[in-house]
Ligand binder design. Structure first.
Ligand SMILES: *[C@@H]1O[C@H](CO)[C@@H](O)[C@H](O)[C@H]1NC(C)=O
Ligand SMILES: *[C@@H]1O[C@H](CO)[C@@H](O)[C@H](O)[C@H]1NC(C)=O
Ligand SMILES: *[C@@H]1O[C@H](CO)[C@@H](O)[C@H](O)[C@H]1NC(C)=O
Ligand SMILES: *[C@@H]1O[C@H](CO)[C@@H](O)[C@H](O)[C@H]1NC(C)=O
Ligand SMILES: *[C@@H]1O[C@H](CO)[C@@H](O)[C@H](O)[C@H]1NC(C)=O
Ligand SMILES: *[C@@H]1O[C@H](CO)[C@@H](O)[C@H](O)[C@H]1NC(C)=O
Ligand SMILES: *[C@@H]1O[C@H](CO)[C@@H](O)[C@H](O)[C@H]1NC(C)=O
Ligand SMILES: CC(=O)N[C@H]1CO[C@H](CO)[C@@H](O)[C@@H]1O
Length: 690
């Protein structure tokens, strides 16, 4: 009779909650996919973005990652990073731990959250977990995951950690057992957990630090996540708000079903890149994005708005779980709850909850202010109210590097830097160009912004950018070839190059409408110092490359040697007094008026500079008119076939037309909707619902 009642009760319970229903499915089935005809994704993958494994953060990250590798079944762990120390740490733990560098990073090397989530969503595991790299997990996490697996529908599980200032345990030996630091004696999860419960405090601020979901088509939220810098604030709150607002998935707060431990209360803020906790401009950038996109600014939601909690009923490893919807237990917890059901406490769902949780709830009800006070104290700066429009100053969105400092940071060891000078009208072309460089694994580049709009956009995209001292008003579409604005802009280019040459850097200058098929650096440097290696702007394929005014100043390599610096000083001076763009100044200075110093078909040597100009082969470095390439039905294929290293998208002045033809040609690398580069791992599932 009692059994029947239980059955009825749990049947009723599951109907009350459409999204979380029991499914007739055994865990063992899940671990053996492919046994039947159905192909189901399997396994669990953890994604995390660690900082370099150096210093104290390294110790905490290693402890956390080892705690994940103890879980049964053992998860795949993917470290999103590109620092050599991350790669070597992962290689010591193959095959369980691997590195994925194919996501967005800021130029400081910090991962970008929108890209991390997109990457995890594209995973081919059944379940993915995205969490901070310092969070320690105990075995009970696997039980929680197994519980979620038995529910149908799409779910998103979140949890906030417990911070412990002292964490006197370490993991040792191949079996990864806990060891007490004080006496070196082996201990178990229970003791570790008990210690955390006793001494720790829950970090409720800054949103969930662990996200887990069953993969599939359904995204976590509607719309597009802006390019947040990971660990610099706002992104967790933002994502939680979106997930709760759009209800595409059942959001479950599992903070009380397993222990998520954050050793040391310093961890309220993730240590980021150089060891700073969220650089000022990154925090400001995240705040601006949170103000501009999504619901967080108008209707912020937090863990207390999550309609469903997953609770564990016992404090032992043999656990049962129940769902709790803030007033009622939705699903019978364990056989013990039968009593509670029978006594029919209709007025208070609390009586059906595990005892420890009842106590906590009562405490919260009666001494709410005390609980909240202590929790916000634990979290350091728990101020969700920082998201105020009037509190945000755009002046804070400023990368505090001079051109000198930025170049010192970005240049390759042989002092080569790729430079582009660009205004807001070319922002999409800039991003596609940057994505192209990423795909070629080229990171020694710097962007010089001509206006404030482009500067701010680039800062938010994590680019290494500096701003012109007096920035120009370069309007979209208005600054095309031939205009006065265009002339001013192009003159800024040679001045910036000269500045870098003075600083001792060799410069590969490239306009952003130059598409790079391959890395041209080696070939262009092979001519050695005392040369200027440039693209030819000759449109007649049978005519000489070095004919008058056919030096294309949109793509060239200049060495930081005495003769070249002197030549650039001449070019800049020439351009200043000219009412044309700077391009003719290059030719007239380097090849003489009307090409009197042209040598052969593809060189110039002026005795006034003693710098030899080499015009690049137009088959490998075609300009926009060469070979009629842009008119070919398959531009990309045709160009690759003839050995293109770069292709200039010029000989057309309209910006929209440039963008369009580059897209049509399959030479577009940036998804401006998702604000990230196209990546190999992006499948149809990575598209957000609109
Ligand atoms: C969560 O939001 C509620 C209002 O919805 C607010 O009263 C509470 O302080 C917030 N809690 C935290 C930790 O931010
Ligand atoms: C929780 O579930 C109970 C029973 O299904 C229902 O009566 C109650 O309204 C729910 N509470 C909330 C906050 O949804
Ligand atoms: C990318 O470049 C870095 C140095 O800039 C190098 O260490 C790394 O091996 C390169 N990776 C690939 C995949 O070429
Ligand atoms: C170009 O530069 C000149 C002199 O520096 C300045 O007078 C003029 O206003 C600028 N034009 C534009 C469109 O920026
Ligand atoms: C290209 O140059 C060649 C030789 O200088 C000339 O005969 C030909 O007419 C030119 N073609 C065009 C399209 O101008
Ligand atoms: C530039 O200046 C020259 C004289 O130095 C003049 O002949 C020419 O018309 C000017 N061009 C423009 C576009 O103003
Ligand atoms: C160029 O080289 C020649 C011969 O070595 C020398 O006489 C001349 O002064 C040099 N010119 C410059 C600008 O350095
Ligand atoms: C750098 C650059 O833009 N070069 C060329 C692009 O195309 C025009 C013709 O539209 C050339 O005259 C430019 O010199």
């Amino acid at each position: 009779m009692a059994g029947l009642m239980m059955l009825l009760l749990s049947h009723k319970a599951t109907q009350l909650l459409p999204a979380v229903q029991k499914e007739e499915r055994r865990n063992s089935e899940l671990q053996h996919p492919g046994g039947k005809t159905e192909i189901r994704k399997s396994g669990i993958t953890f994604y995390t973005a660690p900082v370099p494994f150096e210093g104290t953060e390294s110790v905490r990250q290693k402890l956390a990652i080892h705690s994940w590798l103890r879980l049964k079944p053992c998860p795949n762990v993917v470290l999103m990073g590109r620092h050599p120390s991350i790669i070597s740490f992962a290689s010591s733990l193959q095959p369980h731990v691997s590195v994925d560098s194919d996501i967005e990073f800021t130029f400081m090397g910090t991962a970008m959250f929108h890209s991390m989530v997109a990457r995890a969503r594209a995973s081919d595991s059944e379940i993915v977990v995205l969490l901070d790299p310092i969070l320690v997990l105990l075995q009970e996490f696997s039980l929680t995951v197994n519980k979620m697996r038995t529910t149908s529908g799409n779910w998103l599980l979140v949890a906030s950690p417990i911070s412990t200032s002292i964490f006197p345990f370490d993991l040792q030996g191949p079996s990864e057992l806990w060891v007490r630091s004080s006496d070196g004696i082996y201990t178990d999860d229970e003791e570790v957990k008990a210690h955390a419960m006793e001494t720790g405090q829950r970090l409720k601020c800054q949103g969930p630090r662990l996200w887990a979901w069953n993969t599939g088509k359904v995204p976590l939220h509607v719309g597009v996540m802006p390019p947040f810098v990971y660990g610099s604030g706002q992104h967790n709150e933002w994502l939680l708000t979106e997930a709760l607002t759009f209800k595409l998935r059942t959001v479950v707060d599992a903070s009380y079903s397993f222990s998520l431990l954050s050793p040391e209360h310093l961890t309220g803020q993730l240590q980021n890149g150089d060891g700073m906790a969220g650089r000022p401009w990154e925090s400001s950038g995240n705040t601006l994005l949170a103000l501009q996109y999504g619901s967080q600014y108008l209707r912020p939601l937090n863990a207390s708005s999550i309609p469903l909690q997953l609770l564990s009923c016992q404090d032992s490893l043999r656990k049962a779980f129940c769902f709790y919807n803030t007033t009622d237990v939705i699903e019978a917890c364990s056989p013990n709850t039968k009593q509670a059901h029978k006594s029919g406490s209709k007025t208070d769902g609390l009586s059906r909850l595990p005892k420890w949780f009842q106590q906590k709830k009562l405490q919260e009800r009666h001494c709410r202010h005390i609980t909240i006070a202590s929790e916000s104290e634990a979290a350091g700066h728990c101020s969700p109210m920082t998201l105020r429009k009037d509190a945000f100053k755009s002046s804070e969105l400023w990368v505090p590097f001079s051109l000198e400092a930025l170049v010192a940071r970005m240049a390759s060891p042989d002092k080569v830097v790729v430079l582009s000078v660009v205004g807001n009208s070319y922002r999409d072309l800039l991003m596609s160009w940057v994505c192209g460089l990423h795909h070629l694994n080229i990171s020694n580049f710097v962007v010089f912004a001509l206006d404030d709009e482009l500067y701010q956009f680039a800062v938010l995209q994590g680019l290494p950018v500096v701003k012109a001292a007096q920035s120009m008003n370069v309007n979209r579409d208005e600054c095309h070839f031939g205009t006065e604005c265009f002339q001013n802009v192009t003159k800024m280019k040679s001045r910036t190059v000269l500045h870098l040459l003075h600083l001792g850097y060799n410069v590969l200058f490239s306009d952003v409408d130059v598409y790079w098929f391959q890395n041209p650096m080696k070939e262009m440097m092979a001519y050695g110092p005392g040369t200027l290696v440039a693209q030819s702007d000759q449109h007649n394929d049978t005519d000489r490359a070095n004919m008058p005014r056919r030096l294309n100043s949109g793509f060239y390599f200049a060495w930081s040697d005495k003769a070249t610096i002197a030549a650039f000083e001449k070019i800049v001076k020439h351009a200043l007094t000219s009412n044309m763009s700077e391009q003719p100044s290059f030719y007239d200075t380097m090849c003489g008026f009307n090409g009197v110093y042209a040598v052969g078909d593809d060189q110039c040597l002026s005795p006034e500079t003693n710098v030899t100009v080499y015009f690049l082969d137009r088959k490998k470095y075609p300009n926009g008119a060469s070979g009629g390439l842009w008119e070919k039905p398959n531009v990309r294929e045709a160009c690759i076939k003839q050995g293109c290293i770069v292709l200039h998208n010029n000989w057309t002045s309209l910006r929209e037309y440039k963008v369009r033809r580059q897209r049509v040609a399959g030479l577009w690398e940036y998804d401006e909707k998702l604000r990230m580069c196209f990546r190999g791992w992006q499948g149809p599932n990575s598209q957000q619902l609109q």
